[in-house]
Design a protein around this ligand. Structure first.
Ligand code: ATP
Length: 250
């Protein structure tokens, strides 16, 4: 059984088929890249997997159980957390509070409080938040306003929020967008190290070098359809990919 199974997933917006019968999977421990030209359907596929957009057809299974139709927070609580292409940072909240939102979301609120009491729930949220902040290197600025972080650091804040949910699958939507070359190289090392610790990751990214450099498998979409699904060296040499993706001036 794969960690995530995507079976014949389709999403229509009126007459437009944004995602068209896509099937793929993420195995436990994998780092999978999802690439394709602008408008290929990558973000829509992420939204379908994480419950932000309902499927028109097909099935998504996480840890063997169907998850289509579940609300995003329910899917997150099952162990899948994500970041967004456009940063969702609350600028007037502290870095700590921004990240603790993730920990709160993952802890099944009332049920947890009923079993362990409010105090220990707060302690557990705090512990998870600190752990996630330390993991991304933001422990030293936990009390700062998020608005005061550089753009690059805000990206790590978003990742920390997702990590505070203690996911089994982390979905990253264009984490390198807007970063310079050295920031991108740092991020690549960071994503790799998370994966090296056993976290399964699916990554949408425009930066081809990043994807090809760190992913063990790359799925390519074009016009909503999957046109390749293989290891980076195979994808790189695939004529259909070259035509659909590499030939496009991004
Ligand atoms: N909510 C929506 N309503 C209508 N059309 C949509 C909606 N969301 C996405 N689309 C359309 O679906 C297609 C796929 O978009 P999507 O954002 O998934 O592509 P993408 O591969 O993530 O693109 P990019 O690389 O530019 O982010 C596009 O034609 C887009 O305009």
């Amino acid at each position: 059984m794969s960690l995530l199974e995507i079976e014949n997933v389709t999403r229509r917006f009126g007459g437009l088929v944004a995602v068209d019968g896509v099937s793929t999977r993420v195995e436990t421990g994998e780092l999978v890249g999802l690439i394709g030209p602008n408008g290929a359907g990558k973000t829509t596929l992420f939204n379908l997997i994480s419950g932000f957009t309902p499927l028109s057809a097909g099935a998504v299974r996480f840890k063997g159980e169907p998850i289509q139709g579940l609300k995003p927070h329910r899917i997150a609580a099952r162990g899948m957390s994500r970041t967004f292409q456009n940063l969702r940072v609350f600028p007037n909240m502290s870095v700590f509070d921004n990240v603790s939102v993730g920990a709160v979301g993952a802890m099944g609120q009332s049920a947890f409080a009923a079993v362990f009491g409010r105090r220990s729930r707060a302690d557990a949220i705090s512990a998870r938040t600190w752990e996630a902040l330390e993991r991304v290197g933001l422990g030293g600025v936990a009390e700062d306003l998020a608005a005061n972080l550089s753009y690059g650091k805000r990206k790590y804040l978003e990742i920390a929020r997702a990590l505070a949910m203690k996911p089994e699958l982390l979905i990253l939507d264009e984490p390198a967008a807007g970063l310079n070359d050295s920031e991108t190289a740092d991020l690549a090392r960071f994503i790799r190290s998370l994966n090296g610790e056993g976290l399964s990751i699916m990554l949408v990214e425009h930066d081809m070098n990043l994807v090809m450099g760190i992913c063990s498998r790359v799925v390519v979409l074009a016009s909503g359809r999957k046109i390749a699904d293989a290891e980076p060296a195979v994808v790189r040499a695939d004529p259909a990919v070259l035509e659909a993706y590499l030939g496009v001036d991004e």
